[in-house]
Design a binder for this molecule. Structure first.
Ligand code: DX5
Ligand code: ZN
Length: 217
């Protein structure tokens, strides 16, 4: 599953670029939301999801890199989001929020940063649809993949097999033609790619197809 992150897209052409990656075979659209507190950057809000909703049939997956995700869930759901990913770092007890998102009929993802012990997500694997293992410190596109992530992914894959094999394992940060195969071998099955898709020399279509091919191999 390839999930292009629109954070790296040319926003003046956003609709056309999303149509392009859909036609190229991308599986979902990854929307990076930053609040300037949880991460040292600002990006976009529900208005972007609302604008893209009529443009694509692909699921719109919202990655909430924000300190207080509860404040924004409603707005993103109303705008047409299909899944909401919240960070373990800001949720001392993630269960109420997991239930809240489920109650809204949406898929739930739990994300964690590269410095979070991967075992911390284990108690929640049964209750979520997706575990997002950050492979860079969030905040900016175009950062290099942190190599230690490979062992973390292997651990996570073993835990997912034990508790909830249907739970997807997503990687986010520095995924490109050089890193995607190793991430797949280590256990990831959903791949966020921003720069590698929207900054690709040969354009997003070729990039999506190439990444997909490398995963299949
Ligand atoms: C990290 C974001 C990522 C990022 C990925 O702050 O959550 O989704 O945009 O970008 P690339 O693929 O360029 O590392
Ligand atoms: Zn992201």
């Amino acid at each position: 599953m390839i999930a292009p992150s629109i954070l790296s897209a040319d926003f003046s052409k956003l609709g056309d670029l999303v149509r392009e990656i859909e036609a190229a075979g991308a599986n979902r659209v990854h929307v990076d939301v930053m609040d300037g507190h949880f991460v040292p950057n600002l990006s976009m809000g529900a208005i972007v999801v609302k604008g893209l909703r009529p443009v694509t049939k692909l699921p719109l997956e919202v990655h909430l890199m924000v300190e207080d995700p509860g404040r924004f869930l409603d707005g993103f759901v109303k705008a047409g989001s299909d899944s909401l990913i919240v960070h373990l770092e800001v949720l001392p007890d993630p269960r109420p929020m997991i239930e809240q998102i489920r109650g809204m009929g949406k898929k739930v993802g739990l994300a964690f940063n590269p410095d979070m012990p991967v075992e911390r997500i284990e108690p929640y694997l049964r209750d979520i649809d997706l575990a997002l293992c950050m492979t860079v410190f969030p905040g900016f596109g175009g950062q290099p993949f942190i190599p230690e992530s490979i062992d973390r992914l292997k651990t996570l894959r073993a835990m997912v097999e034990k508790h909830n094999p249907a739970c997807e394992i997503e990687v986010d940060g520095g995924i490109d033609a050089k890193t995607i195969a190793d991430a797949a071998t280590a256990g990831a099955n959903v791949f966020v790619a921003g720069t590698a898709v929207f900054g690709a020399k040969n354009g997003p279509t070729a990039a999506v197809k190439q990444l997909e091919g490398l995963v299949k191999k």
